[in-house]
Every structure is written in structure tokens, then in C-alpha cells.
Design a protein around this ligand. Structure first.
Ligand SMILES: *Cc1c(COP(=O)(O)O)cnc(C)c1O
Length: 459
């Protein structure tokens, strides 16, 4: 057996040269997105007014198992990748567990999370097509920051709609995006029809990702040479995020480590989908694979309590319909602190895999327990995690404690999606003992489900 270092390093030349397209490995494909007007599967022509052409081609591609990463994107990745895979020796010791714990840390780039992996791809393909502008939404701010960074690198303009409660909780995030030279509106705003309509009904609306998406899509159609970019959920985003899993697999194989359990948080599901991609591909080809556990907040329980149905991706109901786990596009989660996990829907790929039993388990966890795990982790391992990422830590620790009880020496690998530097308001609430756990009642959920469209002959 090889001695495993604290950091399972990769060389630049060991970085992946192609993304892994999980859909091409699935025997049962996810249901196609539907055009909300015709209720027919979306074609490239339907999607090309919204997204860059190459992104549309990737979105619809369910046959090519690997898609080459253009040289221009590989160059950008070299600024902050390969990201480090750590062996959590100190955490193992503190827990007294026989389990071996590993984590892939995506938080070392300035934007602070894995989101940059897809931001640069989408900005690159837009630039290649000759577009000049992108629009987007951002919840907690990580995606907006990542895309701001990618667009300024590519010399592209960017207009960002930031969920209002996050803009208030995280003023410095907004300043980072502005420092990269990009324009930020708190959403709902009065710059779009959708925003004005929502504000007329409810002037105190604190916003949601669903609302911000509607505004960004609407704004993208008001400029020529402008398209819209989305930071998660879409198949293309999972594709770009496969770089996380491919690097993880290369590094673990270098040291002959086979994961037994893979864990990650899910908001729209892109980091988890990318993290598990090569191992899930193995599973879909009938090979041995680890147990996959996704973790979501109890306050926004999309997979554990949502419905598997066609739904809109936004509140304004302007986007294509996707078959996914959903709480309904009108579901407004309590404005708690795991901003990046507050989305009503879930990646159609992950939804399909979960519905088919290929994702073994989804766990919903309480915010206070997540912050307990986060603060323990930063004291022991040194890294201050994003609250979203800490959902994964919580479950990794629970699994390691189970191993202590059973004496099993499992290899537990989790994805630490980002840094918590911009989440100090949340850490302060936890440190001051004023953090509350919010769990939606069945009634709250029913209100959200009422927004799921009833489609004749489809559902
Ligand atoms: C956005 C975000 C997430 C959740 O998004 P996914 O698409 O589910 O990966 C998780 N962690 C961090 C740090 C984020 O910024």
C-alpha cells in the first residue's frame, strides 16, 4: 500500500483534456426539456436564442461520452486547477474513526467555488460565437462572481440579477462583481417586466433564484449579441463540472484508493453531478462503484420531499419545462444562509438517476447541525467552508462516526465546493446562538406544488 500524503497532488499535464458527458452513459435518458408554448421537446432552434450555440449543442448531446475541452478553456483552468484533493488525517484523528476521509477543495480561486469551472466554459463559447454580452442571475453570489471573473477575462459584458435577500446579506459579494467591472441589480428589480409585476404585487418580496432567472432571461432578449448563462441545473453545467470528478479519480487512482462513499451537497446539482460523474459512469456500465449520497438543506428539501414532475425553472415561467424533482417554481424557501442551495428544482440528470435508484441516498440536514460541522471542520482542518459545502461535511462526519461504531475502514470522499469567506453574517448568527432551523410544513410545500403546471397528456 502506498503512503498517502496530506495532498494528493496532480501535475498540470495530468489534468483532464475532455469533459465526461454522463448522459451518454445513461441507458434511460432524462426526459427532454419541453418548449412551454408547444409542449414539444426543445430543439436547438428553441434554445439558441437563449444560450450560446455550442452550449445548446452540449445541452442536447446524449451520445458523445467525452467532449474535448478547448485549449482556451484549459489555459484558464491552469490558473487555479488542478484543485487539491486532501486526505483529512486531522479530522480522522479528531473523530477517532478507522475510516479514511478525503475531500476535493474547489474554493481556492478568487470567486471561491466550483462555479468558475462552468463560468469560463460558457463565457468562452459565447465569445467564440462573437457574442458581446451575457446576462445571469445569482443567489448567494458565487455564480455571479465566477461569471464576472470569466467574462472580464474574455472581455465580455455581463448583467447580473442578484437575489435581493442575498444582496442585503452579502454586500461585499456585490462589490467584488462590480470590481470585475460588471453591473449588478437586486432582484426583483424594476428593470424588467417580470420584476415590476412581482414588486407591484409584493413590494417587500426578498426574491428567489427563480425570480432572478426570469429577469435575467428577459434582459438577455432585450440586447442583440446577448445570451443568458445559468450556473447549475443544466446538463451542460454538469458536463463542465465533470472536471472535478475526473481530477478526483485520477488522483485517487494514483494512490490506489477506491472510494466506498461519495458525498456532496446539492443546490441545482452541478457540483455533485460533476464530482461523481466518472464513478457514476462506471456504475452505469455495470462496474463496481461507491455509494452516492447527496445532501440538501431541510429548509429547501427538493429531492427528499419534492415531486418528480415537469416544471418551470423560474418564477416568471418563461424558461423551458424540465422534468425534475421540484418544490414548484413559486416555492420561496426561508431566507436562511445556505443561499446556494435555495433552488426549487434539481438537475434533470440527477433527478433521473435518483428516480432510477442510481443515486443511493439523499439526506436533508438541519442548518444548525451544518454550522456545527462547519465550525468543527475549520478548527480541525483549517479551511473555513462555505455553508453549502458544510452540508457535505456534516454527512461525511456522520458516516465516519458510523465507521467508528462498526469498525469499518471505509474510504469516504466528499466535495468541499467552496470557501466561506463571504458568509460571515451566517457564521455570526451561528456564533451568537441566534440561528434557527426552518423546516417547511406540508402546507408550505402544497403552496409551492400548486405552481407545478398540469400538462394534458404529459402529467
Ligand atoms: C452554488 C454552490 C453550491 C450548490 O450548487 P450546485 O449546482 O448544486 O453545485 C454548493 N456549494 C457552493 C460553495 C456553491 O457556491
Amino acid at each position: 500500500m502506498k503512503t498517502i500524503p496530506y495532498k494528493l497532488m496532480l501535475e498540470e499535464n495530468e489534468m483532464p483534456k475532455a469533459y465526461l458527458n454522463m448522459k451518454a452513459f445513461m441507458k434511460e435518458k432524462p426526459e427532454p426539456m419541453l418548449n412551454p408554448g408547444t409542449l414539444k421537446p426543445c430543439t436547438a432552434e428553441d434554445l439558441e436564442p437563449i444560450f450560446p450555440k455550442e452550449c445548446v449543442s452540449q445541452e442536447l448531446n446524449d451520445t458523445d461520452k467525452y467532449i474535448t475541452i478547448p485549449e482556451g478553456i484549459q489555459q484558464f483552468y491552469k490558473m487555479y486547477r488542478p484543485s487539491t484533493l486532501f486526505r483529512a488525517y486531522r479530522l480522522e484523528e479528531a473523530l477517532g474513526t478507522p475510516a479514511h476521509i478525503y475531500y476535493k477543495f474547489e474554493g481556492t480561486n478568487t470567486s471561491g467555488s466550483h462555479k468558475l469551472n462552468s463560468a469560463i466554459a460558457q463565457a468562452y463559447y459565447a465569445k467564440q460565437q462573437g457574442l458581446t454580452h451575457l446576462t445571469t442571475e445569482t443567489g448567494a453570489g458565487q455564480w455571479g462572481t465566477a461569471l464576472a471573473m470569466a467574462c472580464s477575462y474574455m472581455n465580455m459584458e455581463l448583467l447580473i440579477y442578484m437575489v435581493k435577500c442575498s444582496a442585503m446579506q452579502k454586500p461585499y459579494r456585490k462589490i467584488v462583481m462590480e470590481t470585475y467591472g460588471k453591473e449588478v441589480h437586486a432582484s426583483p428589480s424594476n428593470t424588467t417586466n417580470v420584476g415590476r409585476k412581482i414588486l407591484a404585487k409584493d413590494p417587500d418580496n426578498t426574491g428567489s433564484l427563480g425570480t432572478a432567472i426570469s429577469e435575467a432571461v428577459e434582459a438577455s432578449t432585450t440586447f442583440d449579441d446577448c445570451r443568458y448563462a445559468l450556473g447549475s441545473v443544466l446538463d451542460q453545467v454538469l458536463l463542465h463540472q465533470s472536471i472535478i470528478g475526473l481530477e478526483t479519480k485520477t488522483a485517487l487512482e494514483k494512490y490506489d484508493v477506491e472510494p466506498d462513499i461519495m458525498i456532496g451537497c446539492v443546490g441545482g446539482g452541478s457540483s455533485f453531478g460533476g464530482f461523481v460523474a466518472p464513478y457514476m459512469a462506471d456504475k452505469l456500465e455495470g462496474k463496481k462503484a461507491p455509494k452516492f449520497i447527496a445532501v440538501e438543506p431541510e429548509s429547501c428539501p427538493t429531492m427528499t420531499r419534492g415531486k418528480f414532475a415537469y416544471d418551470f425553472c423560474d418564477v416568471g415561467q418563461v424558461t423551458p419545462l424540465a422534468k425534475m424533482y421540484t418544490l414548484g417554481s413559486g416555492f420561496i424557501p426561508s431566507p436562511d444562509h445556505a443561499g446556494g442551495l435555495r433552488y426549487h428544482g434539481m438537475s434533470p440528470i440527477l433527478s433521473k438517476l435518483y428516480n432510477n435508484g442510481d443515486i443511493d441516498e439523499v439526506r436533508a440536514v438541519k442548518q444548525s447541525e451544518v454550522f456545527k460541522a462547519a465550525t468543527d471542520f475549520c478548527k480541525i482542518e483549517g479551511i473555513l467552508p462555505a455553508p453549502e459545502s458544510a452540508h457535505g461535511i456534516k454527512v461525511a462526519v456522520d458516516e465516519a462516526i458510523k465507521c467508528k461504531e462498526t469498525g469499518e475502514k471505509k474510504n469516504i470522499v466528499f466535495c468541499l465546493t467552496g470557501t466561506g469567506y463571504f458568509d460571515m453574517a451566517a457564521y455570526k448568527a451561528y456564533n451568537d446562538g441566534i440561528m434557527v432551523d426552518k423546516k417547511p410544513t406540508s402546507e408550505d410545500l402544497e403552496k409551492g406544488f400548486a405552481y407545478i403546471p398540469k400538462l394534458d397528456g404529459i402529467q
